[in-house]
Structures are given as C-alpha cells and as structure tokens.
Write a protein of this length. Sequence first.
Length: 323
Amino acid sequence: MTVSTLTQGVLAGERRALSKAITLIESTRDDHRAQAERILNALMPRTGGAVRLGLTGIPGVGKSTLIESFGLYLIEQGHRPAILAVDPSSPVTRGSILGDKTRMEMLSRDPRAFIRPSPSGGTLGGVARRTREAMLLCEAAGHDVVLIETVGVGQSETAVAGMVDLFVLLVAPGAGDELQGIKKGIVELADMVVVTKADGDLADAAKRAARDYANALHLIGRADDQGNVPVVTCSAATGIGIDKIWNGVSEQIAAAKIGGAFDIRRGRQAKAWMWDEITETLISDFKSDPKLSQSIGECEKLVEKGLMAPSVAVQKLVGIFKR
C-alpha cells in the first residue's frame, strides 16, 4: 500500500490498514519511519477525540479477561474500543509471546473493536516506545475509547499514566498482601482502583479489599488533595460492576473538561512526549555516529575493567560527538 492509500484506509476505519500503519510506526527502518511520519502528519487533525485509558495490575489479576468484558460492554453502549496490549520482551532473545489477542477471543472477532499486541522492546514503564503513535492512529480510525494494557505492575510501571486521560489500577481480592507488594507511586498515580474477581467465594474478600484501598488512598492524601479516587469492585466472569468502571471514567472525564484540567493534562503529556522523542533520537544518533564507533567500544572495555570512571568515559565520548 502507498502512504496515501494507507492513510485513506485508516480514516475509513479499515482494520487491515490500521494494522499496517502501526507496523510502519513500530519499524526501526529509516524508510519506514519516513513513511510513518507522513501518515501521522496527515492524520493528526483527526486525532484526540478518544477517551484514553491506561490499565495495569499484577500478573494474575485478570487484565485481559476484564478488558474483553469491558470492551464488549463498550460496544453494547455504541462505542468502538481499541486495545493496545503491551507484552514484555525477553532480555535474551528480544522476542515476545503477544498472546493477548488469543485471550480476548470474543472481542477480537467483533469488527467494531481493534486489538493490537506489541512488544515492549525493553522500554521501561510497561509500554512500547511507539504506543503513543499507535494510539493516535486508532483515534484517526474512529475508535473512541483507547485502552492501553501494560505488561504488569512494578516500580517503573507508571509511564502509561503520562499518556492517558485516566490511569486505572486493577487489583485482586487480598488487598493486605498487595498493598505490601505494590509501590506507593502506583497507587498515588491511579485515577481509579478496580478490584477484580468480585464473585462467588471471593465476593466478600473483594469488598474488604475495596475498603482497604479506599483507606490507603485517604492516608496518602489522594482523597483530600485531588478529589475522591473511585474504588469499584467487578467481575469479568459475571459482568457485574463493569458498568461502574465506565460510569466512573465518564464522570471523571466530564469533570476534568469542565474545570479545564483535561486540556492541561493532554498539553503537558504532548510536551513530555516531545522531550522523550528528543532523548531517544539523540541517543540513537549518538550510538550510530561513525566518529564514535571505535571510541565507544574502547571506553566500554575500560569501564568494565574498572580502569576508567563512567563519568570520565561520558565526557570523552560527548566531547568527540560534539566535534
């Protein structure tokens, strides 16, 4: 497909064209990057209209199962959800399983939904480097709710909060153990906490977990300084409580738009994105600079052997780079 044909296909909401466009933006080839930039520039006026949600949680919390149930609910309400599921890349082989689509079988078959698994590629924060661009393409294709599912939850699992309108933390019944294991920063950034698996024998435990998280949010100041952070319980298996998630999201988005916080947040995110791109581009140019090809290897060996301080190596290499 030509760039023009691909752009028109994305605007027409064609899933094949959208998939191809995302493949282009994820590519590291220079010619593909040039094509991707042309597509993004053409589509920018058609972006920004979707609700952007980030979802994270510990392994086993049921992220994919909940997202499928939530996505099907959104379709029933007349929405067109897009799910960008980020899978961890192996530090050894750099490969990823990319199995999220198979875990959302019903949702993946619905033409109104779009599911795209992408490898993290070693990017910290639970997201892939090109997640933001993929989100814009989904918006241009007419998807009005974009969900970003991160690789898991941990100390660095907060980058997604800087690219979405609402950051949703998923937790399972057994809040006492999880409150010990989850870093405070995650809870501080959460705009909503959802206790999953609130059915059967776990229903009462889910209620206790919700109370514990509500208390924790109050103790760290979220309830007083930034308004109440909703804590809801739900069951992806029965569908009970799924509507509470969307109602909570809608209420927060509406309130943010009235007060002007919505536009301020997106503006700050766009500026941060620009500086992230500057950092990534400079690092890439630095590593590929022919003047440094030999010096980088020499400095790395000296640093590894303890014969040169890393700070000294940096100053030497940057000095060569600036010449």
